[in-house]
Design a protein around this ligand. Structure first.
Ligand SMILES: Nc1ncnc2c1ncn2[C@@H]1O[C@H](COP(=O)(O)OP(=O)(O)O)[C@@H](O)[C@H]1O
Ligand SMILES: [Mg+2]
Length: 299
């Protein structure tokens, strides 16, 4: 059975002010409690019990909140956390409009959105644990609550924001970032096609060179290695002359960490192999590695 997803933007628009107050409270108490007791919600929101019950009902209906099986206590779902992040991004003037979901990755969902100045941006919501959580739930009646994963998602968003904001100083081959709140990152929307779907590049060699120069900026200027580079984490913007954008950076490592060299070799050889298999390009992994490390100026 396929469940129709109600759009996030619709749910957001439909929520009352009371419900947002309850959501924000559940979020801020989520570090202290796995499930937040009703009395705590009353104490913090200062809403009357009947208004809180009404809000909780609304939030449970849209699956933003779940109730504990036996006690009068409640916690956010990932959808609830999305709504909290959106509320904060909207209140702080980062976002003015949320559009539809434009991407689903291994551990994230990406939405298109607009800033108050009508700039089109992408909002990446980390959903770490979501896949494994659903798998566990299918085979076992008892599963860890997905809220246990929130801190990992918040951490990934913060890492990706930090690295992208620094990298933008050195290369234009990554999206610009604007903000990060909770488990979300707001960045430039890249109007592009993932490299794995972009089969007939006109200038494959130029694309490969650009990818290597982005890795070089990361390595030489910032001292980091991407660590998960593949045709899934590169978006090619056709309208900008097949310009590649390297995305998905939260797993980056510093070049002096143990294992960094191995990851760099993996990233570089993976790309060289991809362009050899798809376009017959004969580049040497060793030459590309030297280029990325700043030991030669051409490839
Ligand atoms: N800035 C962006 N602009 C447009 N689409 C994006 C952007 N970032 C991600 N996407 C889309 O979302 C997908 C997943 O994003 P990604 O950052 O790779 O997340 P994951 O960690 O889940 O793999 C990408 O393959 C791409 O299709
Ligand atoms: Mg990815």
């Amino acid at each position: 059975m396929v469940k129709r997803l109600r759009e996030l933007a619709l749910i957001y628009k439909g929520l009352s002010d009371d419900s947002f107050r309850v959501l924000l409270t559940l979020n801020s108490l989520g570090l202290k409690y796995e499930y937040v007791p009703l009395e705590e919600i009353e104490r913090i929101t200062k809403l009357t019990p009947s208004r809180i019950i009404k809000s909780l009902k609304e939030l449970i209906d849209v699956k933003a909140v779940v109730k504990h099986k036996t006690t009068q206590s409640f916690r956010l779902t990932y959808l609830g956390l999305d709504l909290v992040a959106l509320k904060k991004l909207s209140d702080s003037g980062v976002l003015a409009y949320l559009g539809t979901r434009v991407g689903v990755g291994k551990e994230s969902e990406i939405y298109v959105a607009k800033t108050p100045t009508e700039k089109i941006v992408a909002v990446k919501f980390y959903k770490i644990g979501r896949v494994s959580f659903q798998k566990i739930k299918r085979v076992r009646a008892y599963a860890l609550d997905e809220s246990r994963w929130f801190s990992l998602s918040r951490n990934a968003a913060s890492r990706e924001y930090t690295v992208l904001s620094k990298l933008s100083n050195y290369t234009s081959l990554v999206p610009h970032v604007y903000a990060h709140v909770e488990h979300s990152v707001v960045m430039d929307y890249v109007d592009g096609v993932e490299l794995y779907r972009y089969k007939k590049a006109l200038m494959p060699e130029k694309i490969l060179r650009s990818i290597m120069s982005a890795l070089r900026s990361a390595y030489v200027d910032l001292g980091i290695v991407h660590g998960d580079l593949s045709e899934y984490n590169i978006l090619v913007s056709v309208s900008e002359g097949e310009k590649p954008y390297i995305i998905d950076w939260p797993q980056y490592v510093y070049r002096d960490e143990p294992g960094a060299e191995k990851l760099l070799l993996r990233d570089v050889s993976y790309m060289v192999k991809f362009f050899k298999e798809n376009y017959g390009l004969e580049k040497k992994v060793g030459d590309c590695l030297e280029f990325v490390k700043g030991l030669r100026d051409e490839i």
